[in-house]
Each structure stands twice: as structure tokens, then as C-alpha cells.
Design a binder for this molecule. Structure first.
Ligand SMILES: O=C(O)[C@H](O)[C@@H](O)[C@H](O)[C@H](O)COP(=O)(O)O
Length: 250
């Protein structure tokens, strides 16, 4: 078992309604805190189930998102209007369900560029937009998912070299084990400089890997490397995924 430097807060819920409520309260609180420091709230998004859960949470929390900026912790290197594109997924939902969120609030990757340029260009955007702390951009919140293989962002267990990156904040990923094969992803220095990182993980098929990552901190799983050095780490689980971490919940 390795040790994590940050303190993990586990929020264990019994239903999707409670999950949505817990997520809504978290983002609302962190946005309020951010506005005591700065003009905008900088949030990194993930794809997968997060799209629908966050949409519900923002509707439920009835929060003013006018000064929020949304980034992508990873993005699939496919055309922006493709169903596979994570920005597209959010925009599609939010156009109808959260129409008050404007297109300009998305700081998105330019996937029309070649993969390498897409990653380096996105890093420049992040360095320009996100407040700097300790010489690196510091997100107010990163919302992460985790796959059943313990991947997070587009950091996969089959590609451990991506976890060793210390110079770049956004890197290209080729031959991703999960399709589509080309992606860009935040790296650990950027992830671990965030003020708050929140994982949302649901489903019985992830119960064991939740234990491996959050109890055992088994570094075979990329998600176990997420350890904000000056920030907070929250894990939101449902009754299925959280079966083995209930004792850690507050
Ligand atoms: O680009 C992707 O393939 C997804 O963004 C992916 O990384 C997702 O975040 C995790 O697999 C968790 O997804 P679920 O919460 O849907 O299981």
C-alpha cells in the first residue's frame, strides 16, 4: 500500500438523486470560494457518465454559472462535431438543458490541429487562462471519472510512461486502449496542482478498483497517482462502487 499526501474525503450516496445533490453542493461551494479570490471559476471536465450527472447537478443546484469556465481534462482527437468528442457531448446536453451556459465559456481543444499541435496548443490556452500557483496553472476544480481499469483522464494502465511526464501539462495519447485511439490528456503535474479534485465513480463493476485505488493506493492504476499536492481530494461513490470504501466515508 502506498500513501497519499492529500486527505481523501469520501461521499457515499445511496441513490442517483443523492449523488446529483452532493455533486451540486460541492460545485456550488467551490465556485463560491473561487469568487472570493478571483473573477472566474475554472473547472476541468471529464466525459463518460460525468456529462449527464453534472448536467443534472447544475440544474438541481440552480447555480449561477455565468462566470464559470469549462475545460477538458482529456479530449478525444476527433472532429468537434463528432458524437465521440467530449466537448460535443457537453454542448449537446447544455444547449437544451442548460442554455444559459454560453459557447464562449468552453475553453476547448482544437481537434482540427494534428494531435501533437492540439496538445501543445491546449497547454498554451490553459497557461494563459488559468490562474498560476507555484509556477503552474491551478484549476479550482477537476471533475474526474475512472474506468474499470483504473484509468482517469486519458492516462491508461497500459501506458505507464504517460504518468512519468513532468515537463508537459497536456500530452498527446496514441493507441489508447479505449477507443478512439488518439486523445490528448492533462498530465499529473497539472492534475495534482488543482485546488480540488473530485472523482465521481458509480457501478458495481468498479467496486474492486475503487478499493485498489482509494484504499490501497495501488500505483498500477493511474487514478491512484492523483494526489493534489496543495489541494483536496473527494471521491463520490454510490452504494455499488463504494462497497469497500464505506468505512472511509464521512
Ligand atoms: O474519453 C473517455 O473515454 C471518457 O472520458 C473516459 O475516460 C471516462 O471518463 C471514464 O471511462 C469513466 O467513464 P464512466 O464514468 O462513464 O464509467
Amino acid at each position: 500500500m502506498s500513501k497519499r499526501k492529500s486527505t481523501l474525503k469520501v461521499i457515499s450516496v445511496d441513490s442517483e438523486i443523492d449523488l446529483v445533490q452532493g455533486l451540486g453542493e460541492l460545485v456550488k461551494r467551490l465556485a463560491k470560494e473561487a469568487f472570493t479570490r478571483q473573477e472566474q471559476f475554472h473547472v476541468g471536465l471529464s466525459g463518460g457518465s460525468m456529462v449527464k450527472l453534472l448536467t443534472k447537478a447544475l440544474i438541481e443546484a440552480d447555480v449561477d454559472t455565468n462566470r464559470w469556465l469549462f475545460y477538458f481534462c482529456d479530449e478525444r482527437h476527433v472532429p468537434e462535431n463528432s458524437e465521440d468528442n467530449t466537448f460535443h457531448a457537453y454542448r449537446k446536453h447544455w444547449k437544451t438543458e442548460l442554455p444559459r451556459i454560453r459557447d464562449e465559456q468552453f475553453v476547448k481543444a482544437d481537434t482540427s490541429l494534428d494531435l501533437e499541435s492540439c496538445a501543445s496548443n491546449y497547454e498554451v490556452k490553459i497557461r494563459t487562462e488559468v490562474p498560476i500557483a507555484g509556477s503552474l496553472p491551478q484549476f479550482d476544480l477537476l471533475l474526474l471519472g475512472m474506468g474499470p481499469d483504473g484509468h482517469t483522464c486519458s492516462l491508461f494502465p497500459e501506458q505507464p510512461e504517460s504518468l512519468q511526464q513532468i515537463h508537459r501539462l497536456v500530452i498527446p495519447i496514441r493507441n489508447s486502449p479505449k477507443p478512439p485511439p488518439e486523445r490528448i490528456t492533462f498530465t499529473l503535474p497539472l492534475i495534482n496542482n488543482a485546488r480540488h479534485v473530485a472523482f465521481v465513480v458509480t457501478g458495481a463493476e468498479k467496486a474492486k478498483v475503487v478499493e485498489d485505488v482509494f484504499v490501497e493506493v495501488d500505483k498500477l492504476f493511474p487514478a491512484a497517482w492523483v494526489d493534489p499536492k496543495n489541494g483536496d481530494l473527494t471521491l463520490i461513490v454510490d452504494e455499488n462502487s463504494g462497497r469497500y470504501v464505506r468505512s472511509l466515508s464521512s
